[in-house]
Design a protein around this ligand. Sequence first.
Ligand code: SAM
Length: 219
Amino acid sequence: MTVIEKKYQTALNDLIAYLKNSKFLTDKYVEDALRKIPRHEFVPESELDNAYYNEPLQIMKNQTISQPGVVTRMTEWLDVKDGQKILEIGTGSGWQSAILSYLVGKGDVYSVERHPELVKFAQENLKKLKIDNVHVILCDGSLGYPQASPYDRIIITAACTEIPLPLLEQLRENGLIIAPVGDSSQSLVLLQKTSKGMLEIKRQSKYVFVPLVGKFTEK
Ligand code: SAM
């Protein structure tokens, strides 16, 4: 192991210990994903030293790679299973997509992003790790991605005042959707689609995400 690799390994171990102590990380498979998908491969060079802090970091176009604790919590709530098909709204750096790709195994992750620069950044980051089951698409995620629907799971990684209707329509029955919902501060909300409508499974307040900007976010 090189000195650099050792430095990242120690920082990752410290981060995982912190996330476990603070109960942001409780699932063994999500821990495996965190160990297998190095966050330092998804941040700009200027942020390499900060890659394993439990902080969101600037990527480009004024957007962020989410905080590790938030990524592990959302991933755990989403309860991803091997072979599933997932839709992510807001690819950013591609780190969350890569974690989901590890957990779905032979399944697929469709991830949509509105900034072409970030689509390219995420695709390059995923290529470095030879991940080939994440499909990054340039489009307005508030409309979802109907071409590959229905999805077993949908994750929105940007704040919305309400969950855009097309995303609820593109979720499979019994599927789960997670999103930060609110204005200046958001609640993480986990919903299940049932034959009788959407059922709230979990909710937790005091999160702050960059906004979802798209057709279905305009009131
Ligand atoms: N999941 C990302 C990661 O692991 O790096 C972090 C996502 S960042 C917090 C939110 C992302 O949502 C930004 O990259 C932003 O450009 C994107 N976004 C905002 N509105 C969008 C929309 N309507 N369609 C697609 N992407 C959108």
